[in-house]
Design a binder for this molecule. Sequence first.
Ligand code: GRF
Length: 195
Amino acid sequence: MFTVAVLISGTGSNLRALLEAATDPEFPARVVVVGADREADGLLHAERFGIPSFVVPWRGAAERAEWGEELHRQLQVWQPDLVVLSGLMRLLPPDVVAAWSPRLINTHPAYLPEFPGAHAVRDAIAAGATRTGASVIVVDDGVDTGPILAQERIAVVAGDDEHLLHERIKPVERRLLIDVVRRIATGELQLAPTV
Ligand code: GRF
């Protein structure tokens, strides 16, 4: 069975969707472990689905390298075929990216290369964009610069604020993520080296 590790920082709604998809016996991948950089709310989803989890607490940018090493060690225990960053709000150190990429993918709440970075939804609104989107990419050593695996447009509508728009983007992110994981697991989508 094709195995997936998911790394989160937040509520883990994308994680939950992937866990639900993976309960279908026809789905070709299984989540084997969930990791987080804090006691994230989303870890509860792992618990509910009986999936092991770990936390490597973020201690600050000065300790990014040590944090990354520990994260890498934890992942290695599980030997996942794919690592999904699903709302992990930290940049991985380059050697961790090099160790896992291209088997390292990220979901992003914008139509990359538009609005990279941690505040993509806020930035789209601030720019007065009439449309934004959702993307799933391979992680390389830049910030949201890796090869795009799937993306879809979403309109920005009158009255949207960051929260409302993000809530409309997330269901699209979930659908794209599940489809990308499925296609990677079946071999329909081949991941080319990035670093
Ligand atoms: C998603 O929009 C993800 O792309 C972004 O943070 C959000 C995570 O949401 N980086 P959740 O934790 O899966 O609910």
